[in-house]
Design a protein around this ligand. Structure first.
Ligand SMILES: NC(=O)c1ccc[n+]([C@@H]2O[C@H](COP(=O)([O-])OP(=O)(O)OC[C@H]3O[C@@H](n4cnc5c(N)ncnc54)[C@H](O)[C@@H]3O)[C@@H](O)[C@H]2O)c1
Ligand SMILES: [Zn+2]
Length: 364
């Protein structure tokens, strides 16, 4: 088992990564002084509930916790005000009070939703995240919680740090392969922005990761979380440095929007976005290796590196212009300047971005 701490002063919290953690969940909760006298609410989605809910409920009840459960539909659409209201109804019905704890059992969707329930219910109660996706290495660190508005993703939210985050590797074995690859895309991203040694390790261990080898997964999650936690601890509120975590996201978010949030998984869109950012970097004078290596590493994970035929370049450009980072023909980009290093570059010409996005249709 591995442990690390997200270091945020009095809001610091531990993350545990290992096998068989759910069987010992009561100990982890007791260690963090999660109250037994107030009822708790587990928020999960239908897919996760099928595989893992019974085990979590059983072990919490055995440890003496009073547990209520709310199951929401799987997918991004559950990050909505309507579902938030429904879940808060469940919290009220269950009699949750100020000393109660919300348990997020699931991936980033459940984590963001349940975290926001915890941030807003009675002006804020505690929450624990039991993360069941690889992607959640990202969403479980940094305390950004919230829901979507029909006009914009993640626009209603708060900063609210969890008490505790648990990753039981056993839960990842029920994930669809596509979600595994997509989650690994962002783990690799943490290396590409910060740590060339981790990228080299990732390269050597790609097959082991895709085969869900326990040691490899534990190490990858540990390193991905360590890098994200380090960056967040330097800039919790995203004044500047934290923005580097958005490598590949300027193009990637636009692709998700244009594709209607159902064609591409987040990590797939970010994969294409990272290839785009690398191409842009090379056009602006960075070594060609930045692009060839980025593309090679992502292709090895069988992630998409080419813009899907059906997505229109004009629509992608206009989706990027709605991005808050865009000002009068000039854009802000996170550019990889070498493997393991990025730079926040302001004033990138939108015409150059358009050329690069157009070229992304011709990748092979
Ligand atoms: N708060 C942050 O800082 C932050 C950072 C990155 C991403 N996010 C958010 O995270 C979300 C994406 O997260 P995600 O990729 O984990 O999505 P997700 O939570 O929707 O999970 C992906 C799919 O896998 C299923 N699933 C989850 N765990 C499973 C398991 N163990 N076995 C079988 N199926 C399982 C889910 O039901 C879902 O269908 C987005 O909403 C994104 O905005 C937030
Ligand atoms: Zn992301």
């Amino acid at each position: 088992m591995r442990q690390l701490t997200v270091d945020l002063g009095e809001r610091s919290y531990p993350i545990f990564i290992g096998e068989g953690i759910l069987e010992r969940i009561g100990e982890f909760f007791e260690e963090r002084s999660i109250h037994k006298n107030s009822p708790m609410l587990i928020i999960t989605d239908k897919h996760v509930a099928v595989h893992h809910l019974d085990q979590v409920t059983l072990h919490l009840e055995q440890a003496g916790y009073k547990v209520h459960v709310k199951i929401v539909p799987p997918g991004e659409r559950s990050k909505s005000l309507a579902v938030l209201e429904d879940v808060i109804g469940a919290a009220l019905k269950g009699g949750l009070d100020r000393r109660s704890t919300i348990i997020a059992l699931g991936g980033g969707v459940v984590g963001d939703l349940a975290g926001f329930v915890a941030a807003s219910y009675m002006r804020g109660i505690r929450y624990v995240q039991i993360a069941t996706t690889i992607q959640a290495h990202d969403s479980s660190v940094g305390g950004k919680v919230g829901v979507n508005h029909p006009f914009a993703k993640n626009i209603i939210g708060a900063f609210h740090q969890p008490e505790l985050v648990l990753f039981d590797i056993a839960t990842l074995r029920t994930l669809p392969l596509r979600d595994i690859r997509s989650g690994l895309s962002e783990v690799l991203k943490e290396g590409l922005i910060w740590d060339a040694d981790f990228v080299a390790w990732f390269d050597r261990n790609t097959e082991a990761l895709l085969a869900l080898d326990s040691d490899a997964l534990q190490h990858a999650l540990y390193e991905g979380i360590r890098i994200k936690a380090h960056i967040v601890s330097l800039d919790e509120r995203e004044n500047d440095l934290r923005a580097i975590l958005n490598l590949g996201h300027t193009i990637g978010h636009a692709l998700e929007a244009v594709a209607g949030y159902n064609q591409l998984l987040h990590g797939e869109a970010i994969s294409i976005g990272m290839v785009g950012a690398a191409k842009l970097a090379v056009r602006m004078g960075c070594p060609a290796e930045v692009y060839t290596e980025t593309k090679r590493l992502l292709s090895k994970l069988a992630l998409p590196v080419k813009l899907p035929e059906n997505l229109d370049v004009d629509e992608i450009m206009s989706a990027m212009m709605h991005d808050k980072k865009f000002k009068e023909g000039l854009m802000v980009f996170i550019l990889p300047t070498a493997i393991g290093t990025v730079e926040i570059r302001k004033g990138v010409q939108s015409d150059l971005v358009r050329e690069v996005v157009t070229e992304l249709k011709r990748e092979d």
